[in-house]
Write a protein that binds this ligand. Sequence first.
Ligand code: 6PG
Length: 250
Amino acid sequence: MRHIHVFPDTQSLERDAADLFVERARASIADHGAFTVALSGGSTPKRLFALLAADPYRSQLGWEKIQFFWGDERSVAPDHADSNYHMASEALLSRVPAPPEHVHRIEAEKPDPAAAAAEYAATIVSVFGGAELPRFDLILLGMGPDGHTASLFPATTALHEHKALVVANRVEKFHTWRVTMTARLINNAASIAFLVEGEEKAEPLREVLFGPYQPELYPSQLIHPSNGDCHWFVDEPAARLIPHSERTSA
Ligand code: 6PG
């Protein structure tokens, strides 16, 4: 089911996203003894991670029961400023008692991105006990102004992948490779949370949520969990074109 939560400012958006993170973690740990979460890159999650790393959130989380993954990664070393792993490590993982063996980063700096993608898919399957199509408890996503999510960019081959869990994706506009989870894997999650802030996201967000289905142009349209919840956390500037009747009331 889709929920569109609109917030007057970024602070309240991030607090609500942190509440969802804690609630999903507690429910997952109570249900099956672990919480599997995929993190995203970008500026909004950075502030969410900083919140989670401090009280009142920090002490509410069973850190030793959390398995951390990433939805996508850039082809840079793990200590590079552009690395999604690096950002999460600085803002969150280095500040909390997360066991290093529960932190599964994508080794997208490897010279063969397709091999890095295959290795990451194998890591995911192994942590999920051999499941053919793993079901994450929570996947955090952002949306770019071009409608991309994770590293599913407009008009790229990864949009057409219906079998693999993780693929290497050539992003010609950046002259680079990315490694990304596929829509097939993301859509099997129990919960998905998109964090979307800023006026520049208003038009693409309207198209993604209410426009004609054109995932080649707006890849975020590929994300609709088959048996789970999709939460959109949107600040007022990004929600400018979302009719009030479509917003989930608090
Ligand atoms: C990445 C991210 C990407 C991000 C969006 C939105 O590696 O770049 O995973 O998909 O979520 O680009 O980023 P912002 O929230 O910073 O706008």
